[in-house]
Structure formats: structure tokens, C-alpha cells
Design a protein around this ligand. Structure first.
Ligand code: DI6
Ligand code: FE
Length: 402
């Protein structure tokens, strides 16, 4: 049974560009796109369901490929401290930062974490997000990391969202391992990752490669453990310093390296050769008032796909809007609106290993798309926040996006 969607235009994002089709027709069959093209060329068919989209602009469903939206507590107090001049590093050194969210997350029940995470995920859903990545990394022991990853799986069961779970147990050294980072990495590699992978709770493995986090050598042990478990890797790299984590990620053919403000041309070339995606996180850059920009021109020159994500987390990017990140990626990082939209569709899909099924409006891909009440696709990056009127279609069914 085929359905027809018409009276609309499309920015298909095929090839990572708008690839505009004016007066488009889209045919869906099951949950997939069966045909897309100018309505004048629509093949004759028995379209059982017909949907008039009132002149809307279609884009692929938005994909937020980097979030930490499961966590306990909040860090608004630290936000105030930083406004008074206390640095992120000083706060962390005084037991705040990630450690304070770890305490709150360990204390919260699974249901309490789920209730808070549902509220945050629904904000993204309302904006047209149809696929979401969520990381663990505030548990930092087997039971608490399992609790977080179970919450992430339940989000995908309860919401009309495709949710991918990334284990970020190598986010920080937990208090009970203070001064014993190598011993904690041993626990991550030999106990936490094997157990949670065996329970089907992990789709990818991530780490925080930074002076505040783990060294390249420690990260490489985590990557080797992930590889032995058949799990793809991602990496928080070059956010605050140049440790060349991006090159290490490329050596392990990582799905992505993320942040990247301090990456150099050798890192860019390594990522280009590996096909790893550069995930840009303007929310953290903005909130920490960073000044070092990621090397956008080098990434363009070497053909590294650039994704854009919210990095929704309580410390450096409490960002409840992926669309606002589109504007920040353009305004702060000088991406074009077309690059930014590719960054939350096709390239974000690639950063999650989902490029074969999502991220563009092409035959054979899953029919996840948004019908926006806008006049030009660039408006998606132009309007600062706010709730642009839209209809959200996931798996070829219109959903109540709340
Ligand atoms: N980089 C970040 O910006 C977040 N984690 C990371 O590896 C910070 C997370 C937090 O501050 O809670
Ligand atoms: Fe992050």
C-alpha cells in the first residue's frame, strides 16, 4: 500500500546539499521512501493515502548525534559561579563539574532519571528531531552505567524516536578511583564494557580525551576493548587542548570525533582518510566562552563531513534546542545554512552509522521527514529559537510532536 505526499517542496539533502525539488511528490510504502521527484513526473499508481502538505518545505527528520540528556540534578549554580569568574577547571577541582552530576545520577532511581530525560527528549522531538544519540557517562561504575543505558533504551521504547546508546564510561575518573585513572580504565575495559555490551545496551563507545579526562594512551585501551567487542567508537577530542585524539580516533576508523576546536591539519587529514565525521558542538563553545574556533576551512578543504549537535549536558551545553545549534554553527563557526542543515541530517546520520537508512530524502531510506511552514530552508538556521510550525512524519506516519 503506497501513500502520496504532495503540494510541497523538498530540500532532500542528497549528497549533503539542499538538492532542492520544487513542487515535489513523495511516495512512501511501509516505512520507506518508494519514490521522490517533481510532481509532474509522478508515476501513475494507486495511492491509498494522499496527504496535501499545504506548500510546506520538507527536510529529512532532524538528527541530534551527540547528547548527554540522561543525568541527575542540574548545574545552574555552576553557571552562576562561572559568570562570577570561576573557571570550569576550578569548579571541577573543587568537586563540582562532572563529579557533582555523577553524585546526583548515582543517587537518582532509574525511573527518576527516565522522567527527567523524557522531558528533555520531548523538547527535541517537538523541534522535529526523529533520531537521537544519548551517552552514558555520569554513572562511572557498572551498576550506575547500566542504569543510565537502560534509561536510554527505554526512551526509544516510549517515544516516537530512534535512539542510539553510546557508552561513555570513560568520561571522568570516579571519586573512588581518585589518583588511579589507569585502574579505572582497567575496570571500564575488563568489566563495564563487556558486561553492558553483552546485555545489548551499547551501540557505540565514546571517551573524553582531554587533560580533564583521559590521555590518548588510556583512550586507546578503551578503543581496543570496544574493537574486541565489535563496537564502533566516537571521541570527545581537542575540545580544550591539542592531544591529537582526533588522529587516534581516525586510526580506529571512529564514526566521529567531536568538539575539535584544537585539531590541526594532520588531524583533519587523518579523519578525511578514515571517513570519520567531525561533530561540531557550538553550544559548549558558546557557554564556556571559548575563543579557539574549529578549523572549518581545513575540514571543508579535506572533505571531512561536518555534523552539528546539541551536546545537551548539564555542565557545558544545557541546550534544549537543536535548531538553535544550527544558528550557532552559522553565526559562531561560519557554516553556511546548507552545511548546518546537512550537519543535523545526512552527516549526523553518518556520525551514528545510520547513513544507509537515514539523513536524506532518497528512495530506500526510512521515511522520517519534517514539513516546515517556512518560505526558504535557510530559515531553519535563521530564526533564533522559537517553535517553527511543522508536521513531523516518522516511519511514514504523522506523529503528535507535542
Ligand atoms: N565535554 C563536555 O563538554 C562535557 N563532557 C565532555 O566530555 C561536559 C560534561 C559536564 O560538564 O557535565
Ligand atoms: Fe559531549
Amino acid at each position: 500500500m503506497q501513500s502520496l505526499w504532495f503540494n510541497c517542496h523538498a530540500a532532500t539533502m542528497a549528497g549533503g546539499r539542499y538538492s532542492i525539488i520544487e513542487d515535489v511528490a513523495l511516495v512512501t510504502e511501509g516505512v520507506h521512501i518508494a519514490w521522490i521527484g517533481p510532481r509532474a513526473e509522478l508515476p501513475a499508481g494507486d495511492y491509498v493515502e494522499r496527504y496535501d502538505l499545504d506548500g510546506a518545505w520538507l527536510t529529512p527528520g532532524l538528527i541530534d548525534c551527540h547528547t548527554h540528556l540522561v543525568f541527575g540534578g542540574d548545574r545552574s549554580g555552576e553557571f552562576e559561579q562561572r559568570l562570577e569568574g570561576v573557571s570550569y577547571a576550578e569548579i571541577a577541582a573543587n568537586g563540582g563539574g562532572i563529579a557533582s552530576t555523577v553524585r546526583a545520577t548515582r543517587e537518582a532511581s532509574e525511573d527518576e532519571l527516565l522522567s527527567d530525560a523524557l522531558r528533555r527528549a520531548r523538547q527535541l522531538l517537538r523541534e522535529g528531531v526523529t533520531t537521537l544519540e544519548v551517552k552514558s557517562g555520569y554513572g562511572l561504575d557498572l551498576a550506575s552505567e547500566r542504569k543510565m543505558l537502560r534509561v536510554i533504551r527505554r526512551l526509544g521504547e516510549m517515544l516516537p524516536l530512534t535512539v542510539r546508546a553510546t557508552c561513555l564510561a570513560a568520561h571522568a575518573v570516579p571519586p573512588e578511583y581518585a589518583g588511579r585513572a589507569d585502574a579505572y580504565i582497567e575496570l571500564v575495559c575488563c568489566e563495564i564494557l563487556p558486561a553492558l555490551a553483552a546485555e545489548g545496551l551499547v551501540d557505540a563507545v565514546d571517551a573524553f580525551c582531554e587533560h580533564l579526562g583521559f590521555s590518548p594512551a588510556q583512550v586507546e585501551r578503551v578503543f581496543a576493548a570496544a574493537q574486541a567487542l565489535g563496537l564502533p567508537v566516537k571521541l570527545h577530542a581537542e575540545q580544550l587542548s591539542a592531544l591529537h585524539g582526533a588522529s587516534l580516533a581516525a586510526r580506529y576508523r571512529a564514526l566521529s570525533a567531536d568538539h575539535l576546536e584544537y585539531m590541526d591539519e594532520a588531524d583533519v587529514v587523518a579523519m578525511a582518510e578514515a571517513g570519520s565525521v567531525a561533530v561540531l558542538l557550538p553550544g559548549a563553545f558558546y557557554l564556556l566562552r571559548e575563543t579557539r574556533l574549529p578549523p572549518i576551512e581545513l575540514l571543508r578543504r579535506h572533505g571531512v563531513a561536518m555534523a552539528v549537535a546539541s551536546d545537551l549536558n548539564p555542565g557545558t551545553s544545557p541546550a534544549l534546542s537543536l535548531r538553535l545549534m544550527l544558528n550557532m554553527a552559522c553565526t559562531l563557526f561560519r557554516l553556511t545554512p546548507e552545511e548546518a542543515l546537512a550537519g543535523v541530517t545526512l552527516h549526523a546520520a553518518k556520525a551514528l552509522g545510520l547513513a544507509a537508512s537515514r539523513g536524506s530524502l532518497e528512495v530506500g531510506k526510512v521515511a522520517d521527514f519534517v514539513a516546515w511552514d517556512i518560505q526558504r530552508p535557510a530559515e531553519l538556521a535563521y530564526w533564533l529559537g522559537g517553535d517553527l510550525p511543522k508536521r513531523v512524519i516518522r516511519h511514514a506516519q504523522e506523529i503528535d510532536h507535542g
